[in-house]
Design a protein around this ligand. Structure first.
Ligand code: PLP
Length: 264
């Protein structure tokens, strides 16, 4: 019998630090599906178990912080990972555990953070204390953070941006707080095109305030869907793990999400 799939050591791998969503639309189940679609293996560290339908968050059980910490170290010892994708953290103590584990592992692996704050059904998935620790301790470890318009305002504790200039200013403020790049998802804004903005420090620039802004545009697919934020960030992690540039990873992940939405 011939067996031609690439061996484990040949396939790129991503560590996913995330929670489960019992409805299967978002969270770890979605992340693993996206990585598999990209030919990338998943390692995991589970942060919380949630009981959710598409309409409500019914219960959240937080995995003890020492177990989150141990999972991350064990995963990073098991196999070389080429990117780390962080989704729902759920609590300040979990954010602390993740930061401590990433600092202990000391490696240069890019970290992609989808700041999961509220479910699309309205359930709070990270409270104010968790958001503050995310901003002060986790953000400086992050190669890319992927907020939407409400999330970037909530993280900065500022009003919602109402135009592109004020949104870009908010993106600059996340760069100034330590993120190396910011992808702002414009899906909440109306218009015929769905535009995302990628802000990153200018190559060779020593001044963090100088940022390059790239626009990633696509046609708009109507209707909401669960798990699009998870899918975009996992798609970007898969791209980086496969050797694509940050911009190419963002572009191909957006196309992947569009295909996912069109296939509903
Ligand atoms: N639940 C979990 C466990 C998640 O990880 C996420 C997003 O990452 C959500 C819910 C929110 O997803 P949605 O906006 O599709 O409700």
């Amino acid at each position: 019998m011939s067996y031609s799939s690439p061996s484990e050591s040949e396939r790129p791998a991503v560590l996913v630090i995330a929670a489960t969503d019992s409805s299967g639309g978002a969270g770890l189940v979605r992340d693993v599906r996206v990585l598999t679609d990209h030919g990338v293996d998943a390692l995991c560290a589970l942060t919380a178990v949630t009981a959710q339908t598409n309409a409500e968050v019914r219960a959240v059980h937080h995995v003890p912080p020492e177990v989150v910490h141990a999972q991350i170290l064990a995963a990073l010892e098991s196999r070389r990972v080429r990117a780390i994708k962080i989704g729902m953290l759920g609590a300040a103590m979990t954010v602390d555990a993740v930061v401590d584990a990433l600092a202990a592992a000391v490696n240069e692996t890019p970290v992609i953070l989808d700041p999961v704050l509220v479910s699309s059904s309205g359930g709070i998935l990270l409270d104010a204390a968790g958001r503050r620790i995310l901003m002060s301790r986790l953000l400086p470890h992050v190669a890319l953070i992927t907020p939407n318009v409400p999330e970037i305002a909530a993280l900065l504790d500022e009003p919602l941006a109402t135009n592109e200039a004020s949104l870009a200013d908010q993106g600059h403020r996340l760069l100034a707080r330590g993120a190396r790049a910011v992808l702002i998802k414009g899906g909440h804004w109306s218009g015929a095109t769905a535009t995302d903005w990628l802000l990153h420090s200018a190559p060779g620039g020593r001044e963090p305030a100088i940022a390059v802004v790239e626009r990633i545009m696509s046609s708009r697919v109507s209707g909401a869907s669960r798990g699009t934020g998870c899918a975009l960030a996992s798609g970007i992690a898969a791209g980086l793990a496969s050797g694509l540039s940050l911009l190419d990873s963002c572009q191909q992940a957006k196309q992947y999400v569009l295909r996912m939405l069109s296939a509903r």
